[in-house]
Design a protein around this ligand. Sequence first.
Ligand code: UT7
Length: 334
Amino acid sequence: MTKITAAITGVGGYVPDFVLSNQLLEKMVDTTDEWITTRTGIKERRLLKEEGKGASYLGIKAVEDLFRKTGTNPEEIDLILFASVTPDMPVAISGAYLATQIGAVNAFAVDLQAACSSFLYGMSVAARYIESGKYKKVLLIGADKMSSIIDYTDRATCILFGDGAGAVLFEPNYEGLGIQDEYLRSDGVGRDFLKIDAGGSILPTTADTIKEGKNNLYQDGKTVFKYAVSRMADVTDILVERNHLTAENLNWLVPHQANKRIIDATAQRMGLPMEKVMLNIHHYGNTTSATLPLALYDYENQLKKGDNVIFVAFGGGFTWGAIYLKWAYDPKGK
Ligand code: UT7
């Protein structure tokens, strides 16, 4: 029997219109364009300003873009994986709402949360369903409305994050293209360094938690930075070695976009030229679950069938890992 591998066969993306530039941030908090640019590489990020719209709205837009480009019939979708740290609301999953809105009447949906590694882990889950042979079309969406959990008076976090979404379609491949290998990790040592204290089952939201800012994202940036640099490079190394990849035969690195310095360090350790690194942090900032698919969205027309691609991410928890994939199609145009 021919081996089934899980290939990405389409990409869609969406970012909201409102641009929060470094210049605008200079007016909001004690910061400068120069500090933000040199420490993070970010110049601007997009924010979803319309009231009553959450991460599912961003995801739906990204899926609509994917459907438009691929001509996919929503009724053929078997499974929807909605990766997000900012779902529309607790309990009622956003994936189910998204499925109904896009007309995926034959799919079941699951929300998936692994902080900034949500999309990466989602790729692994999507691959297992496709490889089982029982599922033919799996839609993976990474969508985050980070502006809903950011305190815009906290200069340590508000300069970093943006809103956006990306979607990819996974289908079976019989030519050996698609996901080849993965190395995923997690370590609870990270729990205190990147979190929201309140709103979960340990500390439900009260008037006091809101007053004390405990419902907003907190990050010990320096500690997360140190872990991210070493862990992202470590897992990439492992995949490179055991798949006989080199700076020459690896075509693309798709890194989580949290800080350009982390991305530079990862590429440097591999000896990979920056032309092979997908980079869009300057436009979108850190969109958490959306960084990887938005990178594909921006670079889709440069990817060629057979290209060797490594995805790598690091996030809260801690969670991190890398996935090695062979790209399955030539540019089709947007
Ligand atoms: O996506 C999930 C994973 N997340 C990450 O990978 C993020 C990892 N961390 C980072 O990217 C970086 O640590 C940050 C960009 C968050 C911060 O950069 P840093 O070089 O680690 O700066 P720092 O936190 O050590 O702060 C250095 C100085 C401090 O001042 P003092 O104590 O040296 O006087 C901060 O108060 O910079 C100050 N500072 C700022 N100054 C101007 C912090 N934020 C700002 C700001 N504007 N926005």
